[in-house]
Unconditional design. Sequence first.
Lengths: 461, 351
Amino acid sequence: MLRRDRASEGLLPAPFQLSGTQVLAAVLTVAAVGYISWKISQSADQALQFAFNGLAVGAVYALLAMGFTLVYSTVWFFDLYYGAAAALGAYGVFYLRSQEATFGRYEVSSVYVNVVFAAVAAGVVAWALHVGLYPRLRTRFNRTALLALGGLLAAGAGAYTGFVLAYPGVLNVMLSPAIGLLVAIAAGWVLYRGSRHILAGTSSVPSRVLATAAAAVLGAYCGLLVANAPGASLYLSWGVSCLLAGAVGLALYRGLYLRMRERARSPLVMLVASLGVLLALTAFTTIVFQSAPRPLPEAFGSDPWTVGGASIKGFSVFTIGVACAGFIALLLLLKKTSFGKAVRAIGDDEEVSKVVGINTTVVIAIVFFIGAVYAALAGLLSGHDTAIQPRMGLLLLLKGWIASVVGGIGNLYGAIVGGFLLGMVEQFGIWDLAGEWRDAISFILLILFLSFWPKGLLPRK
Amino acid sequence: MLPDSHAYRELGRLARNPREFFRSSKGSVELWVNLLVITWALAFMLWQGAGFAITVATIFAIWAILAVSLNLVVGFTGLLSVGHIGFFGIGAYATAILTSDPAYEQLRTEAIPTFGWPFFAALPISIVLAGLVALVVGVVFNRFRDDIFVLVSFGFAIIAFSVFLNWRGLTRGAFGIHEIGKPQLGGWVLDSETEFLALALFFLALAVLISWLIVSSSFGRVLTAIREDEKAIEVFGYRVVHYKLAVWVISAMMAGLAGGLFSSWTSFIDPNSFILLESILLISIVILGGLATIWGSLLGAMAFVLLEEGMRFLPFLPNEFIGQARQIVLGILLVLLMLFRPQGLVGRYKL
């Protein structure tokens, strides 16, 4: 207060008075803009190349930052598991598709890994059934029978996951029943909803039979289509590893973070616990896959195009597209659905959300799941771009964390802006320096940002 | 003995009234942890004999200096720093460069500056250098707190590692520095393991003494107050910034000391000794042992070192997985502690 009073008696009228920090920030911004324009004037082609690389790298950071932001804006702590989730996503693809790897036909098929993930899947399905369906059905049906049925379903899901993981060579065949079933359910739901409008007034029985039959046929057809397309295995493995990483994230929430929240542990304690999770999972990944860098199989678009002197990989364009699509999907989810409303309400005040009848446990669990899926997606996309190694998780985690802080903590727009900004700064930063300085550059950016804009670019209102 | 350890008080009660003690100590985790770790250490020494135990004890001493110094910042002041390994590395590199032998270094293709100083001249300079770096870093970091402080301290570790790896003219990058001088007192070279252990334990005792003096003084009480409520102690007229900076610099200097000892002990350092993971292990040790107790840090370091050495003898664990297995155990312990005992095994303060 004192300082501000003294400043108001300064020489300049109020709007022109700037604090030292603001002046320094302005000088730094001008210097950065000047440096980049000087580089562009030197070689526009190269600048284009660096800008594109920056966008491609930034897309990965943005995906991670979105996951961070989603979780942070709901429960107000940074879940460091997402570093491990990124590594798990990448290694999941490696595990499932290692026979397609370009060199070092490295076969990992460990029963333990399959069993662990099968158990996680079974647990998550059991919990989902328990909180999702059981409360609605238990008043109408025999509870024991319901519990037994739920247990059977969960065990079946676990066994199915285990089998999928055990036979990765025929991933498309293994997954075709699940995909067929999902398509059939989705189609059936759409048809029921549609038929209600189209066939209004007529008896609903024929329409139901018709819709069921159509859905079954469509599901079977999709299943067959997948089963006959071995080329789809790579992209199916993306889905599987994202889902598994998400399932682990959810299991961690249910098994660990929820209990800690019940004991009212501070955010810092939860951060340390998630650091322990990261430590253990990174070591687990290292034991299973060894620490040497490994390549992922070639995805599409690895041949570069030349656009205006810059070589651009189709896969990088795809990565940027995924980040943008992920952003839009998350935005729609948060702004347009009742789930999004619940998430924002919990972020604002958890107690009140509980009072007005939001099932906070379930909503937060889904938030953790989505965040982990985004992190795994980021990990596997960056894994296709460069080789993967177990410690990639920690670095990706830090980059995503930086991006979410630079962009503005707890703001989704900030996450994507911060991600792309961090990618650009890193790439332009290593133009004159060696590439090894990249990690240092991103932290220097963070420290500068925190010193001058402590709330980030786009702070949460 | 260390005044902040409950265990001693409990042992005293055991001597006076065993039956009452056993009834009341059912839930005394601290006592059992203390007993377990100390028994384990003694058993390990007896089992392994002097030679190996001396090596392990030296590793313990270096980790313990680091843990005690980090506990000043994390436990007593409440700043969760994950970048402490950076100061350790600065101390190690400074000692290595100052003591490296010019005659040997000229044989190398990539020249780095050499001084050929004696160890005991290089060590204080290394400590001061770590302190100076900490001063600069601390001035910048002083404004951050909680999770943002964690993030920027990660950043310090990463930046320090980048400098060690990429400033080839000074550190010879990934090739590392060889033939680092052994400590020398007059004509007496401390080149045997036992002599070095004595030196390391001496410095550990010094670090513990300094820490104890700090935490039992009014300075230490201000630090504790900062941890509990920064705003409140500021209202009482204390310049919180200065106190935090002071303890940060002192802690960094102790880490620099540990670094100097480490580089002289191994006689070869490269950036891989100072990666971020080591820093995370270090903070795990501090939290594991217990926040805001000196004894806890010693206990944590001891448990950590013994964990690794003990795992070497598990029959079903291949040797190359030991580091990873220890990391898994540490991670799980960290999770369990945060869930059930956020003050650590013998700690006084919950994060």
